[in-house]
Design a protein around this ligand. Structure first.
Ligand code: PLP
Length: 393
């Protein structure tokens, strides 16, 4: 079949919830992807901050193949080895106490929100608790996660959403304080906002929110789905701030392509009890074997050093573009989670870059988002910058 035929069939049959780019990706190798016409792309999107260790990684692929031949699924009615191992490792990495595995990021958020509601219900027996979320946040598309996502356009057609959610200004502590009541059960935020435009939290803000939560017995939920798992140069982005959450969500690079997410809680916040929550697939042996393979790669390669070294170089090269082009207004980000702020539609640049063999994505209408595989090199950065220069011209 030709590329056009694949695209026509996809458009005829798939629900049209995405305006997809007009290429069909067929295979990958390291930091490169190939489409059905054999065209090669340098990948600065990584399947939206997912594929951290590159395509065709042998350690990862072999681990999955081995698990497939043993057992793929068991349900959560029984114990299984990969989930047991992965749970212990994630608890150790996070400094939190308990983990629940999900199939996606949005489900991890659902679990976090239910945890907060359950925690508050256990305390006072009432059911009208409130959650404070941030403007420009993104937490997912299921009804609970959408309810805490600070984006009117995503929310409006699906109202009424879950009640009791209020939105504060990110990095504005006073705006959070104003919303706190004796009904507030949780404050949820991304340490580095992703889809909303790549906004890192300030230390003052994160520490201030932690203090508010401590003073009022409110659970602090960090959504590390995009900024976690080494993306910012530390295993978890909140390590930069020296502040611990009560609940944390992970997904995206957690399984590096096998759909898996998780929410973790402290012992104190582990409010969900038998019967309160469940999932058929969540944490199945294949998904959690993927987590273990990813954690093996983190342990056995010096990936965080690579992220720190290459991202410093990436930042300086991107800053040159800010000086060089009128249409580039600035840069924001941490580690290998960078946004180039344009004063024109990011999509125009994305399409031109794609023509030239570079995949980048957007975060909002005028922010170009770069979330490459964590294994990229300085040479890859040079290659990307050469193409981006052409696209910006
Ligand atoms: C992608 C994302 C989600 C949603 O994850 P899905 O796996 O797409 O459901 C939630 N929060 C953040 C910060 C994300 O980047």
């Amino acid at each position: 079949m030709t590329t056009k035929e694949y695209i026509d069939i996809a458009e005829k049959n798939l629900l049209h919830t995405y305006n997809r780019y007009q290429i069909v990706l067929e295979k990958g190798d390291g930091v490169y992807l190939y489409d059905t016409d054999g065209k090669k792309y340098l990948d600065f999107a990584a399947g939206i901050a997912v594929f951290a260790f590159g395509y065709g990684n042998k350690v990862y692929n072999d681990a999955l193949k081995e698990q497939i031949d043993k057992i793929i699924h068991t349900s959560n009615l029984y114990y299984n080895i990969p989930a047991t191992v992965a749970a212990e490792r994630l608890v150790k990495i996070s400094g939190l106490d308990r983990v629940f595995f999900t199939n996606s990021g949005t489900e991890a958020i659902e679990g976090a929100v239910k945890t907060a509601r359950r925690y508050a219900y256990d305390k006072d027996g009432t059911t009208d608790h409130e959650i404070i979320a941030m403007k420009h946040s993104f937490h997912g598309r299921s009804m609970g996660a959408l309810s805490v996502t600070g984006n009117d356009k995503y929310q409006e057609p699906f109202k009424p959403l879950i009640g009791g959610v209020k939105f504060a200004e990110f990095n504005n502590l006073d705006s959070v304080k104003e919303l706190v009541t004796d009904k507030t059960c949780a404050i949820i935020l991304e340490p580095v906002q992703g889809e909303g435009g790549i906004y890192p939290a300030t230390e003052e803000f994160i520490k201030g929110v932690r203090k508010i939560c401590d003073e009022n017995d409110i659970l602090l939920i960090f959504d590390e789905i995009q900024c976690g798992m080494g993306r910012t140069g530390k295993m978890l982005a909140h390590e930069y701030y020296g502040v611990k959450p009560d609940v944390m969500t992970l997904a995206k690079a957690l399984g590096c392509g096998i759909p898996v997410g998780a929410f973790l809680t402290t012992e104190k916040a582990a409010a969900l009890k038998p019967g309160d929550h469940g999932t058929t697939y969540g944490g199945n042996p294949l998904a959690t074997a993927a987590i273990n393979a990813v954690l093996d790669l983190f342990e056995n390669t010096d990936i965080l050093s690579n992220v720190n070294e290459v991202s410093a170089y990436l930042e300086s090269e991107l800053d040159k573009l800010v000086d060089e082009f009128d249409c580039v207004k600035g840069r924001r980000g941490k580690g290998l989670m960078q946004g180039l702020i344009l004063n024109k539609p990011a999509n125009d640049v994305i399409l031109k870059a794609m023509d030239e063999g570079l995949l980048v994505i957007s975060a909002g209408a005028e922010v170009l988002r770069m979330v490459p595989p964590l294994i990229i090199t300085k040479e890859n950065v040079d290659e990307m910058i050469t193409i981006l220069r052409k696209a910006l011209q």
